[in-house]
Design a protein around this ligand. Structure first.
Ligand code: ATP
Length: 234
């Protein structure tokens, strides 16, 4: 089944193109990476697909639902992380998770259970009583992803999940993301080639709002005829 299909998806800000007539299909269960430098249009694409901003032209179909005509349904099917604003800095990790679970759970017992399940699957038990603001960047990202999964979305957007993290924290987060593979369709944006290569089933390379290339990591290497994907940005 197709998770996402974009049809001439376009965004202009004051007449200036941010995303130009994007056409692509992402299958359910895929881990799909958008690779691109600053200003390539990755975040704008995610914002359109998650109904945070309206396209100027075109449409996208998310599991059979148009982002234009059925944004409410689309919002039920997706979630976006990291969303730093979603973490309450003065609440503990457990309180943050229980708060989100309370929004989606039907009663207190169920939401506590949901938070417990996530604490165990995300290996958060050593930090449950820590205030979120005291956590390292890597743990905050892990908590953010855990919170995004409480609503059991069909599609998870990870917008630059490891930006600013050191190498060790980045690799730890990669293993968290790898464990989610095949459980949920994941679309991630990144500046890092090795992140896309290590995690993604397919990679799309964006530059200046255009899709420059798309394929498996191996296909892209042979297509660009060089091991340097960065060359395809130019
Ligand atoms: P980054 O990796 O830096 O987040 P990106 O690939 O996500 O970059 P976007 O943030 O989608 O790129 O930006 C694409 C283009 O649209 C850029 O030229 C940017 O300046 C412009 N843009 C993005 N948001 C707005 C906005 N709210 N108003 C005006 N222009 C915007």
């Amino acid at each position: 089944m197709i998770a996402i299909q974009t049809i001439n998806l376009t965004k202009k800000y004051k007449g200036k193109i941010a995303v130009n007539s994007l056409n692509l299909t992402i299958e359910q269960g895929e881990l799909f990476a958008w690779l691109g430098l600053n200003g390539a249009g990755k975040t704008t694409t995610i914002k359109m697909l998650s109904c945070l901003t309206k396209p100027t032209n075109g449409d996208a179909i998310i599991l059979g639902n148009s982002i234009i005509s059925n944004p409410i349904k689309v919002k039920e099917l997706i979630n976006v992380s990291p969303q730093e604003t979603a973490i309450a800095p003065n609440l503990t990790v457990r309180e943050n998770l229980e708060f989100i679970a309370g929004i989606y759970g039907s009663d207190k017992r169920q939401s506590k259970q949901k938070a417990e399940d996530i604490i165990s699957s995300f290996e958060l038990s050593s930090i449950t009583e820590e205030k979120a603001k005291t956590l390292s960047g890597g743990w905050q990202r892990r908590l953010s992803i855990a919170m995004a999964l409480i609503s059991e979305p069909q599609i998870l957007f990870l917008d630059e999940p490891t930006l600013g993290l050191d190498v060790v924290a980045r690799r730890e987060l990669w293993s968290v993301i790898k464990r989610l593979k095949n459980k949920v369709t994941i679309i991630l944006t990144t500046h890092y080639l090795e992140e896309a290569e290590s995690l993604a089933d397919r990679i799309s390379i964006m530059a200046k709002g255009e899709l420059k290339s798309i394929g498996t990591p191996n296909e892209l290497i042979s297509k660009t005829n060089t091991a340097r994907f960065e060359d395809a940005f130019i």
